[in-house]
Design a protein around this ligand. Structure first.
Ligand code: DOR
Length: 431
């Protein structure tokens, strides 16, 4: 019987409204007890005094790039990067090559993740074949193969008719659709948020309206179909407003926001650093304010990284030609700890809730709790030590981060999956 005892940490578990200094005993991969002064002489012991012990972080939106794009990331490297970032459960998007639009491709991702043996990986299947927006994919068969949601992320489902059919069909699987909201006609090949800054920089603008019109459409389609819709990477204040309205109406709509949309504005693009190129683009200070408010209020349910690793070749080009995305697993927690918790915008418990309990709840995943009997997926956070982000020490193949060199606190120091410490002191263990 394997036993691990985490001694003397501050245990924060929003799923049980718990915040107390206690020991956590893990036995055979499950949470066995959370109490003061547990004596377990036969357990492996870690002193976590001064650290925060919380349910393992859950990321419902990331890109692991396999199959087909292994030059950017593999399921093995992405899993290690997730563990390094404090994540115990991740949901990869299907915009691989080929697109994950069949039961075989869902099984492939699960098998590779099992081989990697680091974090729990629950694949997302494509809504349409090849994510081309023309024909529905084999959603039911993918659900049977283990898909936990459907999305054409990276691309919108432009046809309202196809989106309506996908929503109606999703009732059969009972799984949510995750919508990447942008009207490509309005995006018009835009490189950054449309406004004063894009004009000054001479870059093509992608207006907030490109996102807002699609959020509006999909809320209207949810009203028509009753489907469970999750809105990916919300970036606009009006988007938040519309989601608030949909929730007030009782519609089954949820939403996520990324760490970068919560902490950076379009001003970051001024140096033409292509690491700031992301889709949707970084918006205005007023948008960031609305996103933080929305997350605090619960209108935006959770944080998702949109971890999007790219190669140097994908990024070291003119801004217009650079790939969209930020390698986000390994900075998400400290970026938000430093910018939101330390700045007093969110409490420790609120951030942990939005990065663990809420994402698990809205995707129906068995995670996000330290209740006795639950799988022992645990993250230990050092709230105080300040370290600089070093992209060269990333486990991810993607070194594309705008946070390189930034001094941050709130680093994960231990990641436990099913009772096994897969990361300790920033080192991911070989499985
Ligand atoms: O910035 C992004 N990168 N946004 C997306 O929607 C897709 C992602 C990617 O796959 O690189």
């Amino acid at each position: 019987m394997s036993k691990l005892l985490l001694k003397g940490g501050r245990v924060i578990d929003p799923s049980q409204a718990m915040d107390l200094v206690a020991d956590v005993l893990i036995e055979d991969g499950k949470i066995a007890a959370v109490e003061k002064d547990i004596a377990a002489a036969d357990a492996e012991c870690r002193d976590v005094t001064g650290k925060i012990v919380c349910p393992g972080l859950v990321d419902i939106h990331c890109h692991l790039r396999e199959p087909g794009l292994e030059r950017k990331e593999t399921i093995a490297t992405g899993s290690r990067a997730a563990a390094a970032g404090g994540f115990t459960t991740v949901m990869p998007m299907p915009n691989t090559s080929p697109v994950a639009d069949s039961p075989a491709s869902i099984r492939y991702v699960r098998d590779r993740a099992e081989e990697a043996g680091v974090v729990r990986v629950y694949p997302i299947g494509a809504i349409t074949k090849g994510s081309e927006g023309k024909e529905l994919s084999e959603m039911s068969a993918m659900a049977d193969a283990g898909a936990v949601a459907f999305s054409d992320d990276g691309r919108p489902v432009l046809s309202s008719r196809i989106m309506r059919l996908a929503m109606e069909y999703s009732h059969i699987t009972g799984l949510p659709l995750i919508a990447h909201e942008e009207d490509l006609a309005l995006v018009d090949d835009g490189d950054m948020n449309e406004g004063y800054v894009s004009t000054v920089l001479g870059l093509r603008g992608n207006p907030a309206a490109a996102e807002e019109t699609m959020i509006a459409r999909d809320i209207i389609l949810v009203r028509l179909t009753g489907a469970r819709l999750h809105i990916a990477h919300v970036s606009t204040a009006h988007g938040v407003e519309m989601i608030r309205g949909a929730k007030a109406e009782g519609l089954p709509v949820t939403a996520e926001v990324t760490p970068h949309h919560l902490t950076m504005t379009e001003e970051a693009v001024r140096g033409y650093d292509t690491n700031t190129k992301v889709n949707p683009p970084l918006r205005t200070a007023a948008d960031v304010e609305a996103l933080i408010e929305g997350l605090k209020e619960g209108v935006i349910d959770c944080v998702a990284t949109d971890h999007a690793p790219h190669t140097v070749e994908d990024k070291v080009v003119e801004y217009h030609f650079a790939a969209n995305g930020i390698s986000g697993f390994e900075t998400a927690l400290p970026v938000l700890w430093t910018e939101l918790v330390k700045e007093g915008r969110l409490s420790e418990s609120e951030l942990i809730d939005r990065m663990s309990c809420q994402p698990a709840r809205i995707m129906g995943l068995p995670a996000g709790s330290l209740a006795v009997g639950h799988d022992a997926d645990v993250t230990v956070i050092d709230p105080d030590t300040i370290l600089a982000v070093d992209k060269n020490s990333f486990y991810s193949k993607g070194k594309n981060t705008p946070y390189h060199g930034r001094l941050l606190s709130g680093w994960p120091v231990m990641t436990i999956v099913g009772g096994r410490a897969v990361m300790e002191n920033r080192v991911v263990k070989e499985s």
